[in-house]
Design a protein around this ligand. Structure first.
Ligand SMILES: CC(C)(COP(=O)(O)OP(=O)(O)OC[C@H]1O[C@@H](n2cnc3c(N)ncnc32)[C@H](O)[C@@H]1OP(=O)(O)O)[C@@H](O)C(=O)NCCC(=O)NCCS
Length: 255
């Protein structure tokens, strides 16, 4: 993958994508599932972790496989375990519904990594390739996102970092993005710009399946609010999330 050269963006700035907001872990609007199943494109679901009922989460844990149980119990920080479990419960519920399968019967593993060929790339659902269903999930304390698409997809959500800690973080960005963050007029704008660039980059690298196995400072995805970028056949869009978070999704342009 060479360094990215992006065309300029012309025309009006499109609004960020609106995710389908869930009210709870077991809340899956049938119409949305049907739409995803019918192949009408990308669907993103968002769930605030404090909206999740403890009883519903207990039920979701019963769907987990051994690897998920082991992963969940390995988290030292309770809020990381909580968002991991919610993400996996939500993914089993929605991916299962899209494939007309019970959540506990969803079997997943990983695509091969495009860098080394080992099976630690994008998540993959058994038998879903035939149905053309791909998904990506992202979890951070407070917020979980799931994207389902009929082609490679990556999604990311991050809490805004503390403004005081930004100077130690901008080195992960493309140098031009870091310069844009540093030129921001105030600390709030700097944090928003940093989070835009970082979530766009992570979404893209998760869509490709390489993750941070590729240096994130190689790809320029921009820090301003123009949210649509086409990068080597990928469409990268911001996702609307509550204040204090940033999110983005990348889909392979199959047209
Ligand atoms: C993928 C990655 C960017 C996730 O970042 P994160 O901020 O920790 O976590 P997120 O909440 O955004 O995403 C987590 C989800 O990404 C998915 N994921 C993991 N590896 C992935 C990959 N290579 N491509 C796409 N998605 C991946 C998983 O579904 C994971 O959820 P799970 O752990 O609950 O199963 C990061 O873990 C990573 O880069 N891993 C691979 C690093 C690497 O060096 N690989 C070796 C290449 S040879």
């Amino acid at each position: 993958m060479p360094d990215a050269v992006l065309p300029p963006i012309d025309g009006p700035v499109p609004a960020p994508l609106e995710p389908i907001q869930l009210d709870g872990l077991l809340d899956v609007p049938d119409a949305s599932v049907a739409a995803a199943e019918a192949g009408r494109g990308l669907r993103i679901w968002a769930l605030a972790t404090d909206a999740v009922d403890a009883g519903d989460l207990d039920q979701a844990r019963r769907w987990f496989d051994d690897a998920e149980r082991a992963q969940a119990s390995s988290f030292v920080r309770a809020e990381l375990r909580h968002s991991y479990e919610i993400a996996h419960g939500m993914a089993r519920r929605i991916v299962g519904a899209v494939l007309d399968r019970d959540p506990g019967d969803v079997v997943w593993d990983r695509h091969d990594c495009p860098r080394c060929g080992e099976p630690h790339g994008r998540p993959r659902v058994e038998d879903a390739a035939d149905a053309g269903v791909e998904f990506s999930l992202a979890h951070t304390p407070g917020m979980v996102l799931l994207a389902v698409a009929h082609g490679p997809v990556g999604v990311d959500v991050e809490h805004y970092p503390a403004a005081g800690g930004l100077s130690g973080l901008t080195g992960v960005l493309h140098p031009d993005e870091a310069a844009e963050v540093e030129k921001a007029e105030d600390p709030d704008e700097a944090v928003a710009r940093f989070t835009r660039a970082w979530t766009r980059t992570e979404a893209y690298l998760k869509g490709v399946g390489i993750g941070l196995g590729r240096d994130p400072h190689l790809d320029y995805l921009g820090t301003d609010s123009a949210p649509v970028r086409l990068l080597e056949g990928w469409r990268i869009q911001d996702v609307r999330v509550p204040r204090g978070y940033g999110a983005a999704v990348a889909t392979r342009d199959l047209s």
